[in-house]
Design a protein around this ligand. Structure first.
Ligand code: SF4
Length: 350
């Protein structure tokens, strides 16, 4: 099997070149620059490498280039890419909000967390993406973006911390200043909270952002929305979040997707305020995007107003996001609609 070059961080690339191909260490910088700074998709384009070396690379390694099967743009400018990756179909989303251009990446084919509001969750799990497949999504979008991609969020198909080896490598690659160089603080990893997951991010000792899909601070409600939450108590989740905020000195984002009749009551708002009061955080309220085939609905404007007015004075930082991308089914919880569900008749982390 050929080595997927896009998935090797700098040290891994250097080791492979030196140990396996018996090349000089300086080759790593050359090759890394071609792959991740110039972002070429073939060995032929690496013109300052000798033909002999290029031929060795060609026989031993591959550059993952997704096939773009569709590109759907909303009126607001959000663009959803349907990509065919080596492991299967995937979706990635570009959210332009000048000067910020954010790429939303998928990490798995489907997801095993089973969140009830989520199209990816309802489509089941079909495998992990490799680091190369994750990085390749970003480079495909960078090739189409009218401006430099400034931010990356891991909020597409899949639970990033359920595929940590690949996600950890992808984080190192895309934040490497010899490559595309997205600043650590401009990259956010989203999680519903799985045992040991946040700990892995903490152990990296970097400045990557963390977003936790909370959706309710009431155990029963949370477990109804996120069946995988049964594996981790709200207390343990808070403990791990505080470890992250304490170690990085950064605030965490608590994502809360408001769903009609499920988590939009004043009691839920109260529990959320209580849960968040001793966490350095910002609360990001999202309004649920209806997903075809799922019963959940968005709250009425009146309920939304009541919930936010209760929360605002009780929490230091609250934002309400009317999720962009809804019109192209590229908003959270809607990814995967057109690929995985079509496959079986399944991306998206809220
Ligand atoms: S919301 Fe995220 S974690 Fe939950 S099922 Fe969907 S993709 Fe998985």
């Amino acid at each position: 099997m050929k080595v997927q070059l896009l998935g090797l961080n700098f040290d891994e690339l250097q080791n492979w070149l030196v140990e396996d191909l018996k090349q000089k260490p300086f080759r790593a910088k050359q090759l890394f620059t071609w792959l991740h700074f110039r972002r070429v998709s073939s060995f032929e384009e690496m013109t300052d490498l000798s033909l002999k070396f290029r031929n060795i690379l060609k026989s031993e390694a591959e550059i993952t280039v997704p096939e773009q099967t569709e590109r759907v743009e909303s009126d607001e400018g959000t663009v959803k890419y349907l990509l065919k990756l080596p492991g299967g179909p995937a979706e990635s989303v570009m959210i332009p909000d000048p000067p910020r251009f954010t790429a939303c990446l998928s990490t798995q084919y489907g997801c095993r967390m089973g969140c009830k509001f989520c199209m990816t969750g309802s489509a089941g799990f079909h495998g992990n993406m490799s680091a190369a497949e994750i990085v390749a999504q970003l480079y495909t979008m960078a090739g189409h973006s009218p401006a430099r991609i400034s931010n990356v969020v891991f909020m597409g198909m899949g639970e990033p911390m359920d595929n940590w080896d690949a996600v950890g490598s992808a984080l190192e690659i895309i934040s490497d200043d010899r490559g595309i160089c997205i600043g650590q603080r401009k990259i956010t990893v989203s999680t519903v909270g799985i045992p040991g997951g946040i700990r892995k991010l903490v152990d990296m000792e970097k400045q990557y952002g963390l977003a936790v899909s909370l959706h309710s601070a009431v155990r029963e409600t949370r477990e109804e929305i996120i069946p995988a939450a049964r594996a981790m108590s709200l207390e343990q989740l808070k403990h791990d979040i505080l470890e992250y905020t304490g170690t990085t000195g950064r605030r965490v984002t608590l994502e809360y997707c408001l769903i009609r009749g499920v988590n939009d009551s004043i009691e839920e708002a109260h529990e959320l305020a209580e849960y968040a009061k001793d966490i350095p955080c910002k609360i990001n309220l999202l309004v649920y995007n209806p997903v075809p085939g799922l019963d959940w609905k968005r709250p009425s404007e009146e309920v939304l107003k009541r919930f936010t007015e209760y929360l605002y004075p009780r929490s230091s930082a609250v934002t309400l996001r009317r999720s962009r991308g809804g019109k192209v089914a590229g908003a959270c919880g809607q990814l995967g609609a057109s690929v995985l569900l079509e496959k079986e008749k399944g991306p998206g982390c809220q």
